[in-house]
Design a binder for this molecule. Structure first.
Ligand SMILES: Cc1cc2nc3c(=O)[nH]c(=O)nc-3n(C[C@H](O)[C@H](O)[C@H](O)COP(=O)(O)OP(=O)(O)OC[C@H]3O[C@@H](n4cnc5c(N)ncnc54)[C@H](O)[C@@H]3O)c2cc1C
Length: 273
């Protein structure tokens, strides 16, 4: 799997702050500078120290271009909004992500999120090498197959644990998985050869078949998706994809996702944001 950002709102946290300050100012923010908009936000020495530390430790090339006072105010306001559940302003900045090589299963899970926009690679235009479908290229590999007691739901029916050694079990799992995919790809190509249209022949392809996807979501939705899909009980593949997106988000929207990762991620209550 590869995850890349292809487009994102520039200065997302300036946008979040402007939107939030709009709610409490009697003047119109359209006529104000960012410094004027943020004038009433109080940042103390601790806040200034904290943002300086973050800026110094980040990959930003020219740290001198950061005004510590303004940055500290941004962080204070963003932390305040998140702490008090004022999530609306986080809906303004958007990010577009491109993902290469996830399973159709992972795609089915992520596309349940209704406030995310998607483009999904069509199977009509994908060719599969029937003799040698490459694991990782044409279909996903499942790291959990190599773990004798994988974490996950419904793994209690493993009767074979009494009959086979651990090595035999691991070998047999790989054999079944890869042979089953190979058979499906061969049968798919055979249907095409017999004149069946790709949109019908694809019904025999497995749910582990790879797909590329582009999706766009706002910062609030990203936190919501992470609440559900970076959770310990989420499937490994979607968790990996979500963690990759969270890494990107930490660079894109640093104060927001610093707060999210340290104070909100993995909490029980998933009703917001
Ligand atoms: C571990 C796990 C297992 C799952 N298993 C299954 C399963 O077996 N079967 C299955 O069908 N799904 C399953 N799901 C999917 C899950 O039920 C949700 O449909 C999916 O995660 C989308 O999230 P969401 O409901 O928060 O909606 P989103 O589309 O992400 O919307 C975000 C929020 O907007 C609000 N919202 C959006 N639309 C509406 C609406 N129409 N009415 C009211 N509020 C709305 C809700 O507050 C919602 O939380 C599973 C999810 C997880 C994480």
């Amino acid at each position: 799997m590869e995850v890349k950002v292809i487009e994102a709102t520039e200065d997302p946290e300036v946008t979040i702050c402007k939107a939030a300050r709009n709610d409490y100012l009697d003047k119109w923010i359209g006529d104000m500078t960012f410094e004027e908009i943020m004038a009433d936000i109080d940042a103390d020495d601790e806040d200034r120290g904290s943002v300086k530390e973050q800026i110094d430790s980040s990959m930003k090339s020219d740290n001198n271009s950061f005004d510590i006072e303004t940055e500290a105010k941004k962080q204070v306001l963003i932390n305040h909004l998140l702490e008090h559940g004022h999530f609306g302003p986080f809906e303004h900045p958007h990010i577009t992500i491109s993902v290469k090589g996830i399973s159709r299963s992972c795609m089915a899970q992520i596309t349940r999120h209704r406030h995310v926009s998607f483009d999904i690679q069509s199977m009509r235009y994908v060719e599969f090498d029937e003799n040698n479908p490459e694991p990782g290229e044409a279909y996903i590999e499942i790291p959990e197959l190599d773990t004798i007691n994988p974490a996950g739901r419904n793994v209690s029916q493993a009767d074979a644990y009494d009959e086979l050694s651990d090595d035999e079990i691991l070998e047999r799992r790989q054999e079944i998985y890869h042979n089953s995919i190979q058979d499906s790809f061969e049968e798919y190509n055979e249907l095409l050869r017999l004149g069946v249209a790709p949109e019908h022949a694809r019904m025999v392809l497995p749910i582990g078949t790879n797909v590329n996807m582009v999706f766009t979501l706002n910062a609030r939705m990203l936190m919501h998706v992470a609440d559900m899909r970076a959770a310990a009980d989420a499937q490994g593949e979607i968790r990996e994809m979500t963690e990759n997106v969270l890494d990107i988000a930490e660079d894109w929207c640093p104060y927001t996702f610093e707060y999210y990762n340290s104070k909100m991620k993995n909490r029980k209550n998933r009703l917001a944001p």
